[in-house]
Design a protein. Structure first.
Lengths: 97, 892
């Protein structure tokens, strides 16, 4: 999810949280803090890189940017995720016959 | 590692800053939305979740790496090892001593068998040997032949000649004159070996020309011990056998020549032979040994080493050397009339052998025993490791509850396995480190045991291969005793382990197998040790043919008195008369050859009326008291006596071997033999029982004794039979000789028993160490047996209690435990003894007077193991039988 957001362009932590909120129409009520372990995982796997920059609001923020491998991973994961969700739905809503 | 730590802390700061920034931004946004700053801050934090936890989790994303895991495991392992000082100490001690002794023996083996000479490109060196009658032997060449070979080879190969190492009287001007080893070498010697001096210069080709005073190179060790590394020693004149020589340089400390285990103090050019009176290990055919060896092609006395720079030239060099040698042999053959001998000479060839490890004397003597000892030490260590394995198994069994708790709290099995591996690695590392000083000390002790008196000059410093050996052994040992608990911990049944007193699974897994294996190994070692001890005893009571006890051997250098052999005769008499006046002296006699010192003169003889093919006769020229002094037994005829002066033919006393070979079953007394043309020069006066005069290991050769009164010669040995302790007479005897014959050079005084005993150093070393190892092995196996049984009986306390409560007698219980022990020992013996019989076949060459499968020795092995093993098992068995049923039933 974060990668999807980052694909649109580099963002810093708060902006990512905002974007998630907007994208999910406030449906996903996750604790904002969980974003950080997830971000670290992306950094560790090399799917994203971080850089200190000055934001539009004139703050010194750490901006995260997706990498090439991150994009590849995304391309791999999204269809997989869709498959899985499709699977879940087909179990939850069995075809009426 | 440090980079990693540094990066991690930087990373932590970044994450924290990032999160703080997030909160600040959110607060700001909320304030904009109309919240009060305080409210906004709280709300931001609330929506974020647990800030500290999130920081922690973010950090841990980076932490979960192998390094971190290992560091943690090591830290944890250290803690748990410190909590168990007994266990830790046992393991460290076992590893330290075990690896240390193994490394020490390896070190010796390495120094004797494996290490190359400390010269550049040692693999290019070749030692020349001669193949004669299909047998390969040491080759000695005359100096003219060496020069001829050098000329033929030209630039294609360096060639150098060297003599044996002769002890000579060295007078350096400071302190008493002492004996020093001297080796005569051709001028090319140091260049061919590629050695450079550490002070002054070494010998070079032009030193082969005779000069006023001979230049001498001294060894680094001699420089240090005798001159305290004084650089002013260059240019100093010292005297060797009363001949002045000038020290021109010092060889490197590591350089000892070509023979590991010996180190000459001086190297001199070959022309010095005559004046230094070097007469050792030569083969003279019609030459004159009273004249300088150097010019005479008839006197062969130099061994040869070659350096092959280009391997492709080796066949060519071999051919060239052989052509020169063939010419030499043709010339030699002209002096013989025996067709067999001529054929042998003409068919002998020279072979080039790898010389990178130097001469093989020491190697031949000690390689096999050291190999055997290495195996024995390895087996002992293996037993120790098996004990450690059962110890650590017991430990892991005791800790199973702790492990189960950790597992159920979420620790992965891998984490626990890693923890055990870390513990093992730590122990192995520490044990290996501990082993290095142990190895160093043990090497010195071993070396002293392997030498008589002063240790052999062998380089046994700990070097890279030895360290490598210790490291590898430590690692193997670690995996031997550390792997089992790891595997075990991986398959612990959690439910079972969590119970307060588990019903099953409390027996030591594999404990019994380990003990049976230990017993088997001990059986092998014990059988071997019994065989080696018997070998040593057999040698020790071998019929020497003389009795060395209470005899002092005085080595003398009569040539140092600068008199002809004839003029020396009265001097001998004066010394003998003076000695016979001393109250402690029984008999004394001079001889040209001492006993057990490698003085062995053999000549071809001709027997009147009886042509035999083997015509060799070892000879010794002695004063009449000789036979009484060393205690030889007469079989028939008479000994030599003082009245044998001017008799024609001259009387000779021969040994039984000579009598049998030359005179068969006929009576040898009165028969005649001689040398060269004078075929009736000697007449047999008496026959002696055979005696091992050269070496305990060497069967007596045909031998003849002639009278010094009749054949004046330079006597090098004075044998004195004394009453009581020979050592105590030493000073008095030296004094008496000095008074009777001032200026008559005495070199050394040794009890004869000591000289003879040094022949058995090897056997004694093997017997001693093999016994020590066997005892150690049995001790360890018994300890293991005791441990496993005690553990088992403690675990079975309640079961035994029930048995006793139900009416079993103490004796029954005792027998029950003992039976178990006996079964383990039995299984061990049944595998160990056949293995021992098979393995002992490989050491047959080291045994004497006892066969490899000697039933008596094997029986001794079986019985003593059974006995000692039962004794070890008896204590836990007895303790079990004394269990009070009421206490035992309440045990849980």
């Amino acid at each position: 999810m974060i990668l999807t957001i980052l694909r649109r362009g580099p963002l810093h932590g708060y902006a990512i949280a905002q974007a998630i909120k907007q994208n999910s129409d406030d449906l996903l009520q996750i604790e904002e803090g969980t974003l950080y372990p997830a971000l670290q995982r992306l950094l560790r796997e090399g799917w994203a890189v971080a850089e200190w920059q000055v934001s539009a609001t004139n703050r010194r923020v750490r901006t995260y940017k997706i990498t090439g491998t991150g994009r590849k991973q995304l391309a791999r994961d999204v269809p997989q995720l869709e498959e899985m969700i499709k699977g879940i739905f087909s179990v939850l809503k069995p075809r009426e016959s | 590692m440090w980079m990693n730590v540094f990066k991690r802390s930087a990373n932590r700061r970044e994450i924290e800053a990032d999160i703080d920034e997030f909160l600040a931004e959110k607060t700001e946004a909320l304030v904009k939305d109309g919240f009060s700053p305080e409210e906004a801050r709280q709300r931001a934090r609330r929506e974020f979740g647990n800030v500290t936890l999130m920081k922690e989790l973010s950090r841990e994303e980076w932490n979960w790496r192998p390094v971190e895991q290992w560091v943690n495991a090591a830290r944890y392992a250290l803690k748990s090892l410190r909590r168990n000082p007994g266990f830790t100490a046992t393991v460290l001690l076992t590893l330290g001593v075990g690896i240390g002794t193994n490394a020490a023996i390896f070190n010796l083996l390495h120094a004797v068998v494996l290490r190359s000479l400390p010269v550049p490109d040692a693999q290019q060196l070749r030692l020349l040997s001669v193949v004669r009658n299909g047998k390969e032997g040491e080759a000695i060449f005359s100096y003219p032949i060496l020069v001829e070979m050098q000329t033929v080879l030209g630039e294609k190969s360096g060639l150098a000649g060297y003599s044996s190492i002769a002890p000579m009287r060295a007078n350096t001007g400071n302190g008493e004159p002492e004996q020093a080893g001297v080796q005569l070498v051709s001028g090319t010697f140091f260049r061919v070996l590629g050695v450079t001096s550490q002070a002054g210069r070494l010998l070079s080709a032009w030193d082969d020309a005779a000069s006023a005073t001979y230049p001498a190179v001294i060894s680094g060790a001699y420089w240090a011990s005798r001159f305290g590394r004084d650089p002013g020693v260059i240019g100093r004149t010292v005297s060797l056998n009363d001949t002045p020589v000038t020290i021109v340089g010092v060889a490197p400390d590591s350089f000892f020549g070509l023979q590991p285990g010996s180190r000459p103090a001086y190297w001199l050019p070959v022309p010095a032979q005559h004046e230094l009176r070097y007469k050792r290990n030569f083969w003279n055919s019609n030459g004159n040994t009273a004249k300088p060896f150097m010019k005479q092609p008839e006197i062969r006395w130099l061994s040869v080493v070659a350096r092959i720079g280009d391997y492709r030239l080796e066949p060519w060099i071999a051919t060239a050397v052989n052509q020169v040698y063939a010419r030499d042999m043709q010339r030699e053959a002209r002096g013989w009339d025996d067709p067999v001998q001529i054929k042998t000479l003409l068919h002998s060839t020279v072979r080039l052998n790898a010389g990178d490890k130097g001469l093989g004397d020491l190697r031949q003597r000690f390689a096999a025993p050291l190999m055997v000892l290495m195996c024995a030490a390895g087996v002992v260590f293996l037993i120790a490791c098996l004990n450690l394995a059962s110890l650590s198994l017991a430990r892991v069994t005791a800790r199973r509850k702790e492990i189960a708790v950790r597992c159920s709290l979420g620790a992965g099995r891998m984490v626990i396995a890693v923890h055990f591996i870390a513990e093992t690695l730590l122990l192995s590392l520490a044990g290996g480190a501990l082993a290095v000083p142990v190895a160093f000390g043990a090497s010195q002790i071993l070396l002293r045991w392997a030498s008589n008196g002063n240790p052999m000059p062998l380089n046994v410093g700990i070097d890279v291969p030895v360290l490598l050996f210790a490291g590898v052994t430590a690692f193997l040992a670690g995996s031997a005793f550390g792997l089992a608990p790891v595997l075990y911990s991986l398959k612990i049944d959690l439910n079972e382990a969590m119970k307060a007193t588990p019903v099953k699974g409390m027996q030591l897994p594999w404990g019994r197998t380990l003990i049976a294996a230990e017993v088997a190994f001990s059986a092998i070692l014990l059988t071997g040790a019994v065989l080696f001890v018997r070998t040593f005893l057999n040698y020790a009571d071998i019929a020497l043919g003389f009795s060395p006890e209470h005899v002092l051997t005085v080595q003398v250098d009569p040539m140092g008195a600068h008199m002809t052999a004839e003029k020396l005769l009265p001097v001998y008499h004066r010394v003998l008369d003076r000695l016979s006046e001393m109250p402690g002296v029984q008999n004394a006699a001079f001889a040209t050859c001492g006993l057990a010192q490698g003085c062995k003169g053999i000549s071809g003889i001709r027997v009147a009326g009886r042509p035999t093919e083997d015509r060799s006769m070892q000879e010794n020229i002695v004063t009449p008291g000789y036979f009484a002094a060393i205690g030889m037994r007469l079989l028939s005829g008479r000994f030599l006596n003082r009245h044998d002066v001017g008799n024609k033919p001259a009387p000779a006393v021969i040994n039984a071997a000579a009598a049998k070979l030359y005179f068969g079953d006929t009576n040898p007394i009165g028969r005649r033999f001689g040398y060269g043309g004078d075929i009736e020069h000697f007449e047999v006066a008496g026959v002696l029982a055979d005696a091992r005069v050269n070496n305990v290991h060497e069967a007596p050769l045909p031998m003849a004794y002639y009278s010094l009164e009749q054949m004046p010669a330079y006597a090098t040995s004075l044998e004195i039979r004394v009453r009581g302790d020979a050592r105590r007479m030493e000073a008095a005897i030296k004094n008496a000789i000095r008074q009777a014959a001032p200026g008559f050079p005495v070199i050394r005084v040794n009890p004869l028993a000591e000289l003879v005993g040094s022949d058995l150093l090897r056997e004694r070393l093997v017997a001693r160490l093999a016994s020590a190892f066997a005892l150690l092995a049995i001790g360890l196996a018994c300890l293991g047996l005791y441990g496993v049984l005690s553990y088992a009986t403690t675990r079975r306390t309640s079961e035994i209690g029930i048995r006793l409560a139900l009416g079993a007698q103490g004796g029954d219980v005792c027998w029950m435990i003992l039976r178990e022990a006996l079964m383990l020992i039995g299984i061990g013996l049944m595998t160990g003894i056949p293995a021992a019989i098979v393995l002992m076949k490989f050491v047959r060459g080291l045994l004497y007077g006892v066969s490899a499968g000697d039933p008596g020795s094997i029986l001794v092995g079986i019985l003593s193991l059974l006995l000692i093993g039962s004794a070890a098992a008896f204590l836990p068995a007895w303790r079990a039988s004394r269990i009070d049923p009421t206490v035992a039933l309440r045990y849980e």
